[in-house]
Design a protein around this ligand. Structure first.
Ligand SMILES: [Zn+2]
Ligand SMILES: [Zn+2]
Length: 366
């Protein structure tokens, strides 16, 4: 099953010309979980090859504006398209208060939304994985999220099954599910005889804004990917501590201590471009990446290789061409021909809007 992280916004506190404020999309199989929704997240999705899909769930790490300002706009756009799918929003205590204010912005919606306030240690059971709420430290109510897959059954040894007299077919399936099967001659075969040891699932931690903390260190033990705050570099460590953030070096030391496979640094202050951050972290922990917007971190099962950075992996093809060349792809004319912006929901020209029918605004304000 595929698992990856799409970086939609990697800037700290304020947007820059190249980086949008925090937002990350976790994709696992057909599931789409958005973590934080900084200003302009809906447009980042539209610019990506993903499009503004009807996300069912949003996880907020805390209520600083650079992590939620994109939400009311995105919720409004969904309504203009006539979305019916309910939206569930998770966050630390204070979520209901926040929405008392936000609902004046987005007004009447065409779908229901549900607010779920989570506390440190809460666990959302999703069957073959779980989401654990991680204690962080940022001066206000804040937490990170750990996405932890259950162990998978061991590898099925076809040769061993055949040697024990099991014929290919339904009995193979039963053994793979952990059952004991009885053969025609009355003998029985237990799954342990044909299955290898259980294989561990993957673990991904997204901290949101935080100082380096014991809670993150514990949650990140042997994680495949740790996505950590790195707002500053080491020369600003006092400032990092004062403002409840981390330096690249401190995040790298934590990653080293936790034994993660890959450290991914984000939420960069607008004074950095990336290379200085990655240099500082790699001096401590070599397997570090600092993605730009639209980069993807692919997280394969451990036996299939290490997590890796796919540069620009989420860019739509037109933007990719534009990024390397004449820069025309981001302009109005190059994209959808004349006669208006193809991404305007009122024109039904975007991917989802086109499918959902004309996105005429129900309240006439579109
Ligand atoms: Zn922030
Ligand atoms: Zn913050």
């Amino acid at each position: 099953m595929d698992l990856d992280l799409v970086f939609l916004g990697t800037s700290g506190s304020v947007p820059t010309a190249r980086r949008a404020p925090s937002s990350l999309l976790l994709r696992r199989g057909g599931e789409r979980l958005l973590v934080d929704c900084g200003e302009g997240t809906q447009r980042q999705l539209l610019r990506s090859g993903i499009g503004l899909v009807e996300l069912p769930e949003v996880f907020l790490t805390h209520y600083h504006a650079d992590h939620y300002l994109g939400l009311p706009g995105m919720m409004k756009t969904f309504a203009l398209r006539g979305r019916e799918l309910p939206l569930r929003i998770y966050g630390p205590p204070g979520l209901a208060d926040l929405f008392d204010s936000l609902k004046r912005i987005f007004g009447k919606l065409t779908y229901r939304y549900e607010l779920v306030e989570l506390r440190h240690g809460d666990v959302l059971d999703r069957g073959d994985y779980r989401i654990v709420v991680v204690r962080t430290q940022h001066g206000i109510a804040a937490h990170g999220y750990a996405f932890v897959e259950a162990a998978r059954p061991g590898r099925f040894d076809v040769g061993a099954a055949a040697a024990l007299g099991v014929a290919p077919g339904p009995l193979f399936g039963a053994l793979q599910r952990g059952e004991t099967v009885v053969l025609d001659d009355g003998s029985s075969v237990r799954s342990e005889q044909v299955l290898g040891p259980a294989r561990r699932g993957r673990k991904v931690i997204v901290t949101g804004d935080t100082r380096p903390t014991a809670g993150v260190l514990e949650a990140a033990q042997a994680a495949d990917v740790l996505v950590h705050d790195a707002t500053f570099t080491d020369d600003e460590r006092d400032r990092a501590d004062e403002t409840g953030h981390s330096t690249a070096r401190a995040a790298a030391e934590l990653a080293q201590a936790a034994g993660v496979r890959m450290l991914v640094l984000t939420h960069l202050s607008n004074r950095y471009f990336g290379p200085e951050v990655v240099r500082e972290a790699r001096a401590v922990f070599p397997h570090t990446s600092v993605p730009r917007d639209f980069d993807i971190i692919d997280v394969p099962f451990p036996e299939r290789g290490a997590p890796r950075l796919l540069k620009g992996g989420a860019l739509a093809r037109q933007e990719e061409a534009g990024a390397g060349g004449h820069g025309a792809a981001d302009g109005g004319a190059g994209r959808g021909g004349r006669g208006g912006d193809p991404d305007d929901p009122a024109l039904g020209g975007d991917r989802i809007g086109a499918r959902a029918g004309r996105g005429a605004a129900p309240d006439g304000t579109g």
